[in-house]
Design a protein around this ligand. Structure first.
Ligand code: DGT
Ligand code: CA
Ligand code: CA
Ligand code: ZN
Length: 585
């Protein structure tokens, strides 16, 4: 299920938005926003805390703690309900359009009585928005783009939200008597970046008890279809979950079929036809006699078709069947291969947890090394200074001595400016163990300018990793427009790694770009970009995405032993310094 912390955080954020759009106290709105972030990133489950425990969370005072208690006890907060009803549901939908936001949504309602996305589209086409103060041609373009993004997401949800629900369902159904197997399949098992619906499979002789337990789950809001083989529900969050109960004997065939993708299945069925066989969700059969050959495990099915077992993250019809036939499937990177995280934050900038807590949480994950990479001074709102950075370095060195099994590295996340410059000159950057550099602004520069900017960052000798390279936010902000092939080429030439940012809203680079970049011989770093201790666990989504990009441990620098990683960082520096010299002479 969705973590109670995330649920409470979303509620408080909504309240902050509601205060803002109804012209309430800006200070109060900000207080709720801060509390929302603090609760979202808090290590302990808020539903286990009382008012006193809640007030120990940073930025949570009495009145916020009381509201959280009320919510956890009753499922709603009366003050928030009151504000909610004052705003039409359609306007709240408008608020969620990326690049429109609460204030502008409210202005549209007050000035033009627009209270739905359709009405907004009409008004845009009739150019009526231009008469409203604060709306120009550029705003119109942004809004159109925002609506397109929202519609493209088409009700699909982020990987982590789907995973939380699926794991909860699987654990509940596994406890039902007669359960011989239970797992999730579909796009979630393939770790696709967004999920349309969740597909859960159970192996059991009788299905009724599972269908009943499923329909009766506390977060089931609606039973869409209740049958003997399949039941579909909608959760309180509007997410559809399909449950299928399979006879234990056909578990492997069912799992293979419902894992998909459809395109992969078509490819595999072609293989079956070539062997004069027929493959269905019930098993692999002789085409002529209809006699069953095998159905119990995926391995047996693939094997009988002359294929090795194909990892679900590869099942997208991107050449995996042909590679399997040639015996050339990649040995994919796994979460166990990850030895460290090279992009993380603390409360020195916009993180939520102090350095000590982040480092302790990293050590608890069994990492061999861990880099702290707080934001640098060019992101002005983070108020970083040289002094603060150097003081943090002292503390990092101390922690490094205290942690026997884990090396603590001092890094930074630099800001790639509009021209590709970064925050500090070389002599200051030299003092860091590792520098990540990322784009955080100027998203709409021309393609040429974006490309030049990223390449310049790669050419900086001290930049070891380009963070979240496309800067997309899934369902919210598109990728910047750049010639990424040229950027990948520059990364390979300068020994700069590309990040696979594991935050479920980013997953950046995504699978397709990873596949493209890999052809240039680029190395990758799979990083959590954690801003709080629970975010360290996002690593699994980064690894899933890396697998979808066919990456092996050799491709991923943070699976390497520290010595090899250090050599990579050193060589990257020397190579860029050398290339800079040769272009100058
Ligand atoms: P989603 O839910 O849009 O994120 O994507 P999937 O891949 O989970 O798709 P879904 O839920 O419609 O179906 C789950 C799997 O079941 C799908 O990946 C492959 C299999 N499947 C469903 N319908 C068909 C079909 O008509 N033909 C074939 N070959 N496979 C199907
Ligand atoms: Ca699905
Ligand atoms: Ca489905
Ligand atoms: Zn970051």
């Amino acid at each position: 299920m969705v973590r109670p912390n995330d649920e409470v955080a979303a509620l408080l954020q909504e309240y902050a938005d509601l205060i803002a759009i109804t012209g309430g106290d800006a200070f109060k709105a900000r207080a709720y926003e801060k509390a929302a972030r603090a609760i979202g990133g808090y290590h302990a489950d808020v539903s286990t805390l009382d008012a006193k425990g809640l007030r120990e969370i940073p930025n949570v005072g009495k009145s916020i703690a009381d509201k959280v208690v009320e919510y956890l006890r009753t499922g709603h907060v009366s003050t928030i309900e009151e504000v909610r009803v004052a705003i039409p549901a359609g306007v709240r939908e408008l608020m969620t359009i990326p690049m429109l936001g609460p204030k502008k949504a409210m202005a549209l309602y007050e000035e033009l009585r627009i209270s739905s996305v359709d009405e907004l589209l009409d008004a845009l086409h009739e150019e009526r928005l231009r008469d409203v103060k604060g709306f120009g041609k550029k705003t119109e373009e942004n809004i159109l783009h925002g609506i397109a993004l929202m519609q493209k997401a088409g009700g699909r949800i982020l990987l982590n939200a789907a995973m939380d629900v699926a794991e909860q369902v699987v654990s509940e159904l596994s406890r039902v008597t007669g359960c011989e197997g239970c797992t999730y399949a579909g796009s979630l098992r393939r770790m696709k970046e967004t999920i349309g619906d969740i597909d859960v499979l159970v192996a059991a002789d009788r299905s009724a008890a599972f269908m009943d337990a499923f329909s009766g789950l506390p977060y089931t809001a609606e039973v869409i279809a209740h049958g003997e083989k399949k039941t579909s529900i909608r959760t309180t969050k509007g997410l559809q979950v399909d449950l299928r109960v399979l006879p234990p004997d056909s578990w492997g065939a069912g799992l293979q079929y419902f894992t998909g993708s459809k395109a992969h299945n078509i490819r595999v069925r072609e293989m079956a036809v070539r062997h004069k066989l027929k493959l269905s969700e019930y098993g692999l059969f002789h085409a002529k006699s209809g006699r069953k050959i095998t159905s119990q495990t995926e391995e047996e099915i693939y094997d009988r078709l002359g294929l090795p077992w194909i990892p679900p993250t590869l099942r997208e019809d991107r050449g995996e069947v042909a590679a399997g036939l040639r015996g050339e499937l990649p040995e994919l990177v796994t979460e166990e291969d990850i030895r460290g995280d090279l992009h993380t934050h603390t409360d020195l900038t916009d993180g939520l947890a102090p350095l000590e807590e982040m480092v302790a949480a990293a050590a608890a994950r069994g990492y061999a090394y861990y880099a702290v990479t707080d934001h640098a001074p060019d992101l002005v709102m983070q108020r970083m200074t040289d002094e603060k950075m150097l003081a943090q370095r002292e503390r990092v060195r101390e922690l490094d001595r205290e942690h026997r099994r884990m090396r603590v590295l001092h890094g930074t996340e630099l800001n790639i400016g509009p021209d590709g410059d970064v925050d500090w000159p070389g002599d200051f950057l030299e003092g860091f163990d590792v520098c990540v550099a990322s784009v955080h602004s100027h998203f709409s520069q021309s393609r040429e300018a974006q490309t030049r900017r990223l390449i310049r960052a790669c050419e900086n000798p001290y930049v070891a990793v380009i963070g979240h390279p496309t800067t997309r936010r899934i369902g919210k902000r598109p990728a910047i427009d750049a010639d990424f092939d040229a950027v990948f080429e520059a990364c390979a030439r300068t020994g700069t790694a590309l990040e696979v940012n594991a935050h479920p809203e980013r997953l950046d680079l995504g699978d397709e770009e990873i596949l493209r970049a890999k052809r240039y011989g680029v190395k990758f770093a799979v990083n959590s970009d954690a801003h709080a201790t629970p975010h360290l666990a996002y690593m699994r989504y980064g690894v899933g995405t890396a697998q979808r990009g066919w990456l092996t441990p050799d491709d991923v620098i943070n699976t390497w032993p520290l010595q090899r990683l250090r050599r990579f960082l050193r060589e990257g520096r020397n190579r860029s310094l050398h290339q800079a010299d040769s272009t100058r002479s």
